[in-house]
Design a binder for this molecule. Sequence first.
Ligand code: ATP
Length: 245
Amino acid sequence: MRVVVEVSGVRKRFGRVEALRGVSFSVLEGEIFCLVGPNGAGKTTTLRIVAGLIRPDGGAVRVFGLDPSGMGLEDRRRLSYLPEDAGVYRNLTGLEYLEFVASVYARSREEALEMVRRGVELSGLGEDLRRRAGGYSKGMKRRLALAAALMVEPELAILDEPTAGLDVAHAVAVRRTVRDYVRSSRASAIVSSHNMLEVEYICDSVALISGGRIVEEGTPSELKDKHGASNLEEVYVKLVGVEAA
Ligand code: ATP
């Protein structure tokens, strides 16, 4: 199986804060890889480094065999990144926002139209797409941003807490969307999450990060077996503790 992301010994410091202290993992083609851990553990920093938005201080990162911070436009088109605080342009309607993203990613008018068609479907926002996105609820903005991130059909989707702030029904829909997308397109995804049920449902591999280090890694069933736990929440509490969680 092809390795899509290879992170080895990555370190990152922000002033006096050592955000990452030697993080290593790899993501295979067709896999959903989840990063879980307490607030401040280093999940967002790791995802931003994989997306090429910031550079590590040490260690190496390869995405499709390339350094993500030095990728040209053609290779950048192969990945998409949903930030934790994904903003949408307040003055555009949801539909105009999808059209804007499509115009950046697509190579032809036909491809852009096809992307927007997929985005409309993925968002599930229906008639609301004709309203200004500035008036959307937090969850609606999240669904619009996720639709934009997946409609471009990335080989690698980097999704920072895709279901944060969503109600139960929409969180379920988003998990299905991510899973179906990865399964049907042989793409890969890195997903950060605080929700262990979510992790158990969508992830092929899980890495538990705490204090800038990966403290455990495996498939959900490997982790449960190893720690004699009936669900991943128990594994999490055992390794990270409830105070930190
Ligand atoms: P959360 O679950 O709360 O989103 P996280 O696991 O995503 O947390 P990060 O956002 O990666 O954690 O932060 C890791 C550490 O690095 C934290 O101590 C944070 O304060 C620090 N940090 C992250 N980005 C910056 C920055 N731009 N400047 C200063 N410190 C930062």
